[in-house]
Write a protein that binds this ligand. Structure first.
Ligand code: KIV
Ligand code: NA
Length: 266
């Protein structure tokens, strides 16, 4: 595959081949993940927390996200690049969603846009799809609705399971080419994955989804402190960077850096 396309994700579902998506917000992570063969690179509105230092994803704007999307699309050679539409940039109407999506595709050169919401976002998804904008939907816990949902909580437990299934079917019917499921009980996510013909991408949704997504700073241990239950840390980048910065300062204090090989002769 020279360039991953949405039909490849579809094909992988049919073949039972599981894949991953990682967030990326800059050149070097994009290049490295692309080299690793990660097929889908995702500029999440989680850049709000992970790049800009906001306490939630709500404050981040289209203008803040666009340069990050451009950095990734300029860099990725093989991966499909998905850009997240931030809070307030698509909920008002399908037309608003279309205008925002066009900015991400025209200025950011994104291949797919992602938006949060189930049945209530079907009109948005329909208009985007009709207008040649491939859509990744996002159901279950949707962080942009944190205050409406009453905090970070698992969605689709008990009676809410049938509602979640309806959301999944609604976004598929509206034309979404894939759907993220966040913080959903594993058995419910399994049922939805089985029922849908489009691929499901899980985060805190158990092992049966067609794909898994993580935020790279969580996955690589750059973010410290208590991580959500669904995070697995594959590296300790915080420790590596902390140690290196301390060593650099110590070398300069002791006079061991710069050495002759780092310096120029007259
Ligand atoms: O913004 C984000 O990082 C996300 C993923 C967790 C799916 O929406
Ligand atoms: Na997001």
């Amino acid at each position: 595959i020279r360039r991953v396309r949405t039909h490849h994700l579809q094909q992988w579902k049919e073949q039972g081949h599981k894949w991953v998506m990682l967030t990326t917000y800059d050149q070097y992570t994009a290049a490295t993940f692309d080299e690793a063969g990660v097929p889908v690179l995702f500029i999440g509105d989680s850049a709000a927390n992970n790049v800009f230092g906001y306490a939630s994803s709500l404050p981040v704007t289209v203008d803040e996200l666009l340069p990050l999307v451009k950095a990734v699309t300029r860099t990725a050679r093989r991966a499909l690049v998905v850009a997240d539409l931030p809070f307030g940039s698509y909920q008002r109407s399908p037309e608003q969603a279309y205008d925002t999506a066009v900015r991400f595709m025209k200025e950011g050169e994104a291949h797919v846009v992602k938006l949060e919401g189930g049945a209530e976002m079907a009109p948005q998804i329909e208009l985007l799809t009709k207008g040649a904008v491939p859509v990744m939907a996002h159901i279950g816990f949707t962080p942009q609705s944190e205050h409406a949902l009453g905090g970070y909580r698992v969605q689709g437990r008990g009676d809410a399971a049938s509602r979640l299934m309806e959301d999944a079917l609604a976004v598929q019917e509206a034309g979404a080419s894939s759907v993220v499921m966040e913080m959903v009980p594993a058995p419910i996510a399994a049922e939805i994955t089985e029922r849908l013909h489009i691929p499901t991408i899980g985060i805190g949704a158990g092992p049966s989804c067609d794909a898994q997504v993580l935020v790279w700073q969580d996955m690589l241990g750059l973010r410290t402190g208590k991580a959500p239950r669904f995070v697995k840390r594959y590296a300790d980048l915080h420790g590596i960077i902390l140690g290196a910065a301390q060593e650099f300062a110590a070398d300069v204090a002791s006079g061991t850096f710069p050495a002759p090989e780092h310096s120029f002769d007259a």
